[in-house]
Design a protein around this ligand. Structure first.
Ligand SMILES: *Cc1c(COP(=O)(O)O)cnc(C)c1O
Length: 257
């Protein structure tokens, strides 16, 4: 079914549709350009649109404009939107820190969880998914910048953590996720991405059988081209598609400015 044809848009909504469609095309083109410049296959990079703070009505338009996957940072917000949009076949990805007591909500509707960084959450999520008869794709979040404001495992703790993951049969381990340092200094940003690639290489040698670390989710609106240069297979892009967020980044990453 072509969703575009089933959505009646007024003038303002048509404008939103056009804007999202244009931005999406621009980001996709920049991904292709970056890949071609460094000799990577553009199909090896997945664009995950990040939809936090964008209201459900606008996401309905975004879906029609080609955003079939949506990344959300907060489980409550994601849950409300997935309810409001349950008539659409959207793939929801949770990309923010999860409290153990919220795992049950994630287990009900999310297709993917990119921010696993504790065994308690792994255990609870696995249990809840089994109750639902579901399995989802999971990424282990690493704090590649060492900043106290960021969630994720310290790089030196990743190996031991990963050794425990075969215990959780409903978590399909696919790779690693990180947020690089927020800095105008490209070298410092790049260092974070390089560190991730090194951890990935180590895990490919040493991780237990059955887990895959082929995916590297890294890069946002400000740094996705750099991330692709350093091996990102998933880029999480919000503001370059939906415009500037009304809330400052410190709302999402406490301790930041
Ligand atoms: C908000 C967010 C993004 C996207 O950031 P933009 O600057 O909007 O591209 C990526 N990853 C995570 C974990 C986020 O919370």
């Amino acid at each position: 079914m072509d969703q575009e044809n089933t959505l009646e848009l007024n003038e303002e909504q048509q404008q939103q549709f056009n804007e999202i469609k244009t931005n999406l095309a621009t980001v996709k083109q920049r991904i292709v350009d970056t890949c071609q410049r460094i000799g990577r296959d553009p199909a090896s990079v997945r664009l995950l649109p990040v939809t936090k703070t964008v209201p459900a009505e606008r996401l309905r338009i975004a879906f029609a404009a080609g955003c079939l996957e949506m990344g959300e940072n907060k489980i409550q917000e994601a849950r409300e939107k997935s309810e409001a949009l349950k008539d659409l076949d959207i793939k929801w990805s949770i990309i923010g820190h999860l409290q153990t007591n919220k795992a049950k909500y994630l287990a009900r509707f999310a297709n993917e969880f990119q921010a696993l960084d504790s065994l308690k959450v792994a255990e609870e999520l696995d249990k809840r998914l089994q109750n639902e008869g579901r399995a989802i794709d999971v990424y282990v979040q690493v704090n590649s910048s060492g900043e106290a404001s960021k969630f994720g495992l310290a790089p030196e703790d990743v190996r031991a953590f990963v050794m425990e993951l075969p215990n959780f049969s409903s978590l399909r381990i696919k790779g690693l996720m990180t947020l690089a340092i927020f800095s105008a200094d490209h070298d410092r940003v790049r260092e974070c991405f390089i560190k991730m690639r090194e951890i990935q290489a180590m895990l490919r040698q040493e991780a237990p059988a059955g887990l895959s670390f082929d995916e590297l989710s890294m890069g946002m609106s400000g740094d996705y081209e750099l991330a692709i240069e350093e091996g990102a297979t998933v880029v999480r892009v919000g503001q370059a598609i939906f415009g500037k967020r009304p809330l400052p980044d410190s709302h999402y990453w406490p301790g930041l400015g």
